[in-house]
Design a protein around this ligand. Structure first.
Ligand code: 6R9
Length: 657
């Protein structure tokens, strides 16, 4: 990215230093940076010793001789499930709540202590073994946000069987391709699931997927909705029949630090999904370290809520492995925000006195759109820290989050990381960092990143380029399942010796980082490089706009042109009689972008819509919007949370043109 990059975001002047009160009690101390810089490997060795229990100590922190294939904590042995569960019970914390589970139907609640969890995982581990599942056999898990999902993951970890979770919203097709790629022998699923107050079947998708998967021997089915389902006596078995009769004693054997823990598929823009795989010692160390320091977790008093889906990496690292390693108390919530239940979250925070909340910018913007009526009558004063992940957070959304949800004083941590990085890499440390709204700030102690130009040279402060990681880190992916060449090619060939993250970023004058979205989201308009994030942030800073998605559409004269899709805030929708037709509003928004960034960034087209196409993890699928903007057939929509959104947008486009 060149100097021509327009620097709207860098004009952000607001600063939020930590309060003395927060700093005094904070887990993270400024000295962490110095300790890590003094000797990075010794630093990670100390974290691994302090945060985990090893049955055999490691001899070496890092072996990078076969780069880019890393080995962390070489020679060490441990059991991930023991670290997440048993050792806490042994330490007398059996009565501590591991999860407050809240189902989508309001009356569905369960409280699960660490002692309960131990009994449940032991039974489930015995059950898997009774099906002939042992070390290195893979298990596919296609379940909604229910306690059995976490139990199934931990049971797999306990016996050294890598799990692969598939979002319960994905199609039979998606499930079948993951089962085949991971070579799964067992699928764990449910009869159905509850979403947005309604029930949706799951088992039929599994039947369809398994029909194409000759390697699958057994399908274990949790009864969730109680709906009628087709049943194959020779293959299907109810979870309650299989698991409940097992002994609740199970000895956790230890495994090598590099034992594969799980495979998680991420969709690229093209090609078949990549099976990113993580191993045990390094992954758990960095999950526990970041969970404690970034979220300032005091396990004895905090109630922590990561509101992601367990089927994506944020759920793996920050609903399951990080919090459990730290013996924290978490919320596990089955529902998702929807217009029919705008205040469910706030009610739950009030009821459980949640102190730490971690969610995605898309959710924050959805709540901004709904306005503050939803907060009436709910006491949010238990909150003391707020986190964001998944996409760049626009400065206005950041401020709204802090002010409206965080009472104007909760620190906000914007955490950058990926499925591939396994755990948080770039983030402020609460109690230490003076934050800037919209910036993920700096690499965490122990992590080294940089921003480089096309030739791989670091850019000076004040410039933009590509985000890279410059040295191996404990939770890094160990590869693409079954395809080492693709691993090398995708991440390590663009800049030799550097991990290429695929994100654009800028270093501001202080050297702090501003993430600009995927590099394929960068537009080129008349030779100027424009980031979608910058224009989206400019639009969201307009008082009438709640959400915006910007894409570059091909244009014969300017190369690309800027097209924007915006969702209005509730108040603005009520004001405007004809949302979208109102050319006045569109003109106002175009002028606003010109004022905020410059006339070159003015969207040629602005379409007011009621929804944007998003994945289940809350990322806007801009390539679909590009299809609309360039007026061609819409590409693959199977990973969308709601596949009807694109039809609505098409119609909207047709009526305004
Ligand atoms: C954890 C997760 C990874 C991609 C990543 C980047 C985007 C995530 C971000 C962020 C800006 C942040 N991303 N966190 N961009 N600021 N705080 O989301 O993993 O689903 O693999 O996505 O998400 O583009 O490359 P994953």
């Amino acid at each position: 990215m060149s100097q021509e990059t327009l620097s709207n975001l860098l004009h952000e002047q607001r600063r939020f230093p930590p309060s003395e009160e927060f700093a005094a009690q904070a887990v993270a101390k400024p000295s962490l940076y110095e300790e890590a810089a003094a000797d990075r490997e010794a630093f990670w060795g100390r974290q691994a010793h302090e945060l985990l229990t090893w049955s055999k100590d490691f001899d070496q922190v890092l072996d990078w001789t076969d780069a880019p294939f890393a080995k962390w904590f070489v020679g060490g042995r441990l059991n991930a499930c023991y670290n997440c569960v048993d050792r806490h019970v042994e330490a007398g914390l059996g009565d501590r709540v591991a999860y407050y589970w809240q189902g989508d139907p309001e009356g569905d609640k369960r409280t699960i202590t660490y002692a309960d969890l131990q009994r449940m995982v032991c039974q489930a581990a015995n059950a898997l073994e009774s099906l002939g599942i042992h070390q290195d056999d893979t298990v596919a898990i296609y379940l909604p946000m229910i306690p059995e999902t976490v139990v199934a993951m931990l049971a797999c970890a306990r016996i050294g069987a890598p799990h692969t979770l598939v979002f319960a919203g994905f199609s039979a097709e998606a499930l079948a391709s993951r089962i085949a790629d991971a070579d799964a022998r067992v699928v764990i699923t449910a009869d159905g699931q509850f979403r947005r107050g309604t029930r949706a079947p799951l088992k039929p998708q599994v039947d369809e997927a398994v029909a194409k998967s000759p390697g699958v021997e057994k399908v274990v089915v949790v009864r969730r909705t109680g709906d009628e389902i087709a049943w194959d006596e020779s293959r299907d078995v109810w979870w309650h029949d299989l698991v409940d009769q097992q002994s609740d004693q199970h000895e956790a054997h230890d495994f090598d630090s590099e034992q594969p823990l799980y495979i998680l598929y991420t969709s690229g823009t093209t090609g078949k999904p990549k099976g990113i795989f993580h191993t045990t010692g390094g992954y758990l160390t960095q999950c526990a370290y970041t969970h404690r320091n970034v979220f300032d977790v005091h396990p004895e008093r905090d109630v922590y809520w990561c509101a992601a889906d367990v089927g994506w990496v944020t759920g793996h690292s920050y609903i399951v492995y990080g919090p459990l390693t730290n013996a924290a108390t978490s919320i596990l919530y089955e529902g998702v925000p929807h217009p029919g239940a705008q205040d469910r979250w706030w009610k739950l925070i009030d009821e459980r006195k949640v102190s730490i909340l971690y969610t995605a910018p898309t959710t924050i913007r959805t709540y901004m759109k709904w306005g503050t009526d939803m907060l009436q009558g709910h006491d949010l004063s238990s909150l003391r820290l707020l986190g964001s992940v998944g996409e760049p957070i626009n400065p206005e959304a950041w401020i709204w989050y802090r002010d409206t949800i965080g009472g104007g004083w909760c620190p906000v941590v914007d955490t950058w990381w990926q499925t591939e990085t396994g755990a948080i890499m770039v983030s402020p440390l609460p109690g230490v960092t003076a934050t800037k709204p919209g910036s993920a700030m700096r690499a965490l102690p122990g992590i080294t990143v940089d921003v480089v130009d096309d030739t791989g040279q670091p850019v000076p402060n004040g410039s933009g380029g590509y985000l890279v990681v410059t040295s191996p880190w404990p939770a890094m992916l160990r590869g693409v399942w079954g395809d080492p060449e693709r691993y090398r090619e995708t991440y390590w060939s663009r800049f030799p010796g550097l991990y290429f993250a695929g994100d654009g970023a800028k270093k501001d004058e202080d050297g702090d980082l501003w993430l600009l979205g995927r590099v394929d989201d960068v537009m080129n308009v008349s030779g100027h490089r424009l980031s979608t994030t910058e224009i989206e942030s400019a639009l969201v800073s307009h008082p009438k706009v709640a959400e915006a998605a910007v894409v570059g559409a091909n244009d014969p004269t300017t190369g690309q042109m800027v097209c924007a899709f915006v969702i209005l805030r509730q108040e603005a929708i009520q004001e405007a009689d004809e949302p979208g037709e109102g050319s006045e509003l569109v003109a106002e928004l175009r002028d606003h972008v010109a004022k905020e960034i410059g006339p070159i960034a003015k969207p040629r087209e602005i379409l007011v819509v009621s929804e944007l196409p998003k994945t289940r993890s809350g990322k806007i699928m801009r390539r679909l919007l590009r299809d609309v903007a360039e007026d061609r057939a819409i590409g693959d929509v199977t990973t969308l949370a709601d596949s009807t959104v694109m039809d609505q947008i098409r119609q909207r486009m047709a009526t305004t043109h």
